[in-house]
Write a protein that binds this ligand. Structure first.
Ligand code: NAD
Length: 284
């Protein structure tokens, strides 16, 4: 039987800490603000944006919402971002993805000042993550590392297998595990013997986007299993990339979906926003 890693619990503990840090800044007359931009009417994006605003409220961060119509041009969006880059009340800028198809997503993300890029998507911040010298954390992977710390799960010297090589999850996850001295392998859709590779993992991270993709025969006894996936199963029920019921008895620790990795991502976005505001204190 595995111990269930509760993202809700770790997230709540982290938010308590962040609340104190925001208060400490406020006591010194330093505000903390996050600008959240949403373009168009994507209902999933609206839910994410609302949750981010709620998170800000909870820890005392001011959120500035910019809800732009679907027909907004890339130029208009970049012009808004330029204004926010120069607004001292704004410590972090978040542009909710996906953007409408007619907007060049890369150009928009690259227009965010790296010093306010709290999603850590700008190539400058990606570079910092690569060399292990960073201020802004890649949110989802950083949330996973936070869970390891909270549950005293050692990474150093462990064989870590990450399934998925996206720029948002798989690649930065591998970098953070490497920074903590894990022995890291990245698997993906072209990996030759995926099952055999996964079976070598002391820590297995699944970030694939396919419901119940990781089955019990892919997991070593006693492995730590982290499920990043957010999918719907055939009944429309939320599920991860791991077949939880079958894998849980073999694992030492496992994250559920929902209630595992999910709650950590926004919390780490808030951590980045607070870090950005704290850097203003150094300039005072
Ligand atoms: P993505 O589609 O960008 O990447 C998926 C990766 O899986 C790719 O690198 C691909 O090589 C790999 N893959 C696909 N099919 C495979 C196969 N058959 N065998 C091995 N590898 C395969 O997705 P992403 O953005 O990295 O997200 C992955 C999942 O995590 C999704 O379900 C997404 O919704 C979820 N997600 C959750 C959070 C969170 O906060 N919990 C954050 C981001 C993404």
């Amino acid at each position: 039987m595995a111990e269930i890693i509760s993202g809700k619990e770790v997230s709540a503990a982290k938010r308590e800490e962040l609340k104190k840090r925001v208060k400490a800044l406020s006591d010194k007359g330093i505000s903390t603000g996050l600008a959240v931009i949403i373009v168009g009417n994507n209902s999933a994006s609206r839910v994410y944006v609302n949750n981010k605003k709620k998170g800000c409220e909870e820890i005392g961060v001011t959120s500035f919402e910019f809800a732009l119509p679907e027909e907004t041009t890339g130029e208009e969006l970049i012009s808004l971002i330029n204004k926010l880059n120069n607004d001292s009340r704004v410590d972090g800028i978040l542009c909710q993805l996906p953007l409408p198809k007619h907007i060049d997503e890369k150009a928009v993300l690259n227009s965010i000042d790296p010093a306010k890029d709290v999603d850590a998507f700008h190539p400058v911040n990606v570079g910092h993550i690569m060399i292990g010298d960073f201020t802004f954390l890649p949110c989802t992977p950083a949330g996973i590392m936070e869970m390891f710390r909270y549950y005293n799960i050692p990474v150093s010297g462990k064989k870590c297998v990450v399934v998925g090589r996206s720029n948002i999850v798989g690649k930065p996850m591998a970098m953070l595990l490497l920074k903590e001295n894990g022995t890291v392998e990245i698997c993906h859709s072209r990996t030759a013997s995926l099952k055999e590779e996964c079976l070598t993992a002391d820590i297995l991270v699944a970030a694939v986007g396919i419901p119940k993709f990781v089955t019990a025969d892919m997991v070593k006894d006693g492995a730590v299993v982290i499920d990043v996936g957010i999918n719907r199963d055939e009944d429309g029920k939320l599920c991860g990339d791991v077949d939880f019921a079958a894998v849980e008895p073999k694992a030492s620790y496992i994250t559920p979906v929902p209630g595992g990795v999910g709650p950590m991502t926004i919390t780490m976005l808030l951590e980045n926003t607070v870090r950005s505001a704290e850097s203003k204190e150094l300039l005072k």
